[in-house]
Design a protein around this ligand. Sequence first.
Ligand code: ADP
Ligand code: ZN
Length: 220
Amino acid sequence: MGLSVVIMGPPGAGKGTQSDLLAKSRSLPKIATGDIFREAIRQGTPMGLRAKALMDQGQLVDDATVIGIVRERLARPDTASGFLLDGFPRTVEQAEALDGLIAERGLAPLVVMNISVPAEELVRRMLSRRVCKACGTNAAPSDTGVCGACGGELVRRADDTEDVVRNRLEVYDRQTRPLVEFYQSRRAYREVDGAQDAVLVTAALNEALDAVAVRAGQPT
Ligand code: ADP
Ligand code: ZN
């Protein structure tokens, strides 16, 4: 039985970094909707242009577009033995659509992990983080001015300015936080403290995933 994982959390919680590590260690394809949009923006596709206008303001891309992207992505054969979603779902409508896709395709039941971090810390992190202009990878603390993955220039993300960061946190509270309620009564839901050192967050996520994946596979 495969592993269907959702990594949730407010912007700046470390979803991207932790998802990369987990996806690699568990050999799961990582599906990050924010990355998909940033790639579309780099390529200048019509969808990318629409998404950019919303992302630059910290608004969400419309549900129909995001759900369409995830539906197509989950139809690829590499997801048959599992996948890890980063940044999706972000609204209750998206979460309901995901439940539908999982049922329809007979994919493994969802394991949902929520990384929680206090708001002040999120603002601090987003204003100080840097990403690679060329490949989009988050800069590691050891990176010295250039991307450790490709040598590209490290820059602030377009939506990591103070106004946009505040707006993203508001959008999170209004549209994404209700998802915690949507998921938290499920057996395979875990909350992980994202304010601790990144290495400890990774360990906590691995532990939660092991504990919860066993139960997710059991009949309710
Ligand atoms: P963060 O979690 O740090 O905000 P992401 O890379 O996950 O970063 O998302 C960046 C932006 O991409 C969001 O602010 C939003 O505009 C858009 N986006 C990403 N995922 C979704 C989604 N599931 N639904 C709607 N918009 C999304
Ligand atoms: Zn790079």
